[in-house]
Ligand binder design. Structure first.
Ligand code: GLN
Length: 200
């Protein structure tokens, strides 16, 4: 049985919990979701989702609960981690000026540079039918003040783009998305993530 952790300090937590349950059903796989609130929860999980929300706030809470190093250790141990939106920002090695100005510490797991809020304000949120590498049909991707993945290094492979801008990338056991897959009634991205667990 697989145990999926969802970092539950701030942000779109219940939506990810639901999407994982739906993906488990799609795969006909037994599993449970654990809402990760501190380091002791991290020792129990087979994979981790870092949700969208506010990267500044999630960063402060990660610091307060001393969770940076243990999450970095999980990543180096090959545990799959998926960061969505704010989570995508935290996964990056490098952030833009706004990330620096807000002194947000990044986990620095993925070889990429991100730029916060680069798809506009809340009212400029949009949905886009996205061609994702590995999925047969397009995915209805929801963008809410998402980051742009500006540049990636070797080993960080783009899986989806909008007008030439990277919005989903994979590096070994790590996945980062500018959008919110948990807000679409479509669990295929979560299923893709669960597939990474059985492969590691
Ligand atoms: N703009 C947010 C940030 O920088 C991310 C938005 C989101 O997760 N929906 O953290």
């Amino acid at each position: 049985m697989i145990k999926v952790g969802v970092l539950s300090l701030q942000g779109a937590v219940p939506e990810h919990v639901l999407a994982i349950r739906n993906a488990l059903k799609m795969k006909n796989q037994e599993g449970e979701v654990l809402q990760v609130r501190d380091n002791s929860d991290l020792t129990e999980i087979d994979c981790l989702i870092i949700p969208g929300g506010e990267s500044t706030t999630i960063g402060k809470l990660l610091k307060r609960f001393d969770m940076y190093e243990p999450i970095r250790d999980l990543a180096s141990a090959g545990i799959p981690i998926m960061g969505t939106c704010a989570g995508c920002i935290l996964m990056a090695k490098e952030g833009d000026l706004d990330v620096k100005r807000t002194r947000t510490e990044l986990l620095g797991l993925m070889d990429m540079r991100v730029s916060r809020n680069s798809f506009g304000r809340q009212k400029e949120s949009f949905e886009s039918s996205l061609k994702i590498e590995g999925l047969d049909e397009e995915f209805p991707a929801v963008f809410i003040r998402g980051p742009i993945i500006e540049e990636v290094g070797r080993g960080c492979i783009p899986l989806a783009e909008i007008d030439g801008t990277k919005v989903m990338v994979k590096q070994d056991n790590l996945l980062a998305l500018s959008f919110h897959p948990e807000l679409s009634r479509d669990a295929r991205v979560h299923r893709m993530f669960l597939d990474m667990v059985s492969k590691t």
